[in-house]
Design a protein around this ligand. Structure first.
Ligand code: HEC
Length: 136
């Protein structure tokens, strides 16, 4: 009996300790650079998604370009945005239309009339914008 309660106390102590470590770790990560695992680049992570899921309509001569002016054939086109203005605000995925539309936070969703992006693809686009939307 005595041994068992000591063991219980020890376990609770260990769990609390772990909790504190985890909290301290995430606090540190949030205060400094993004975790390496979440680091994404335009060429390796973002562009393949645009190619697979958006270019069909957002390349020269396609309807997405005709209606909005948004040409996703390259980084420059993405950053130029639509004829009404930019769709990427570097560092701020909350207000970037690219993210608003693929996440379904607006009246229209992209890809238009197609299957929505996977959670993973949505996160890649969000991380890339929040990490500064660089041409890397
Ligand atoms: C099947 C065709 C199609 C696909 C695929 C598609 N789009 Fe579009 N997109 C359109 C059309 C058409 C418009 C113009 C809609 C309008 O103005 O009502 C548009 C407009 C947009 C706009 C501008 C909306 C605005 O007026 O602010 C953004 C941003 C956008 N698309 C992003 C994307 C992204 C990112 C993808 C891929 C994940 C994608 N689209 C895939 C057809 C498509």
């Amino acid at each position: 009996m005595r041994n068992r309660s000591r063991f219980t106390l020890w376990s609770i102590g260990a769990l609390l300790g772990m909790g504190l470590t985890l909290t301290a770790d995430s606090g540190w990560a949030a205060a400094t650079a993004p975790a390496p695992a979440g680091r994404v680049t335009f060429s390796e992570d973002v562009f393949p998604i645009l190619q697979n899921r958006c270019l069909e309509c957002h390349k020269t001569g396609a309807p997405g370009v005709a209606f909005s002016g948004l040409n996703l054939e390259n980084y420059e086109g993405l950053m130029r945005g639509t004829r009404f203005g930019p769709v990427v605000i570097p560092g701020n995925a909350m207000v970037s239309n690219l993210n608003v539309l693929v996440e379904g936070r607006a009246g229209i969703r992209m890809p238009h009339n197609r299957k929505r992006l996977t959670t993973c693809e949505i996160e890649i686009l969000r991380n890339w914008v929040n990490q500064g939307a660089k041409n890397d």
